[in-house]
Design a protein around this ligand. Structure first.
Ligand SMILES: [Zn+2]
Length: 68
């Protein structure tokens, strides 16, 4: 029986579904936050990830929002 050991302790990134394709992220503010940055959702993928906190923003109704 094969056993794989992973050291993946990263928490699952939070996913936010938003209207429109432009948003900003500051990591939630406070000690866990980061400087506010503006993010623009890629029209082909339908989502963008914050480079600071790895939050994912999905455009409502877009390719990454389950389609339809
Ligand atoms: Zn962020």
């Amino acid at each position: 029986m094969a056993t794989t050991t992973t050291a993946n302790a990263l928490p699952a990134p939070e996913v936010f579904v938003i209207d429109g394709h432009r948003t900003s992220c500051d990591g939630g503010g406070g000690a866990l936050g980061h400087p506010k940055v503006w993010l623009e959702i890629d029209h082909d993928t339908g989502f963008v990830e914050c480079g600071y906190c790895d939050r994912r923003f999905v455009e409502r109704g877009g390719p990454a929002d389950g389609g339809a």
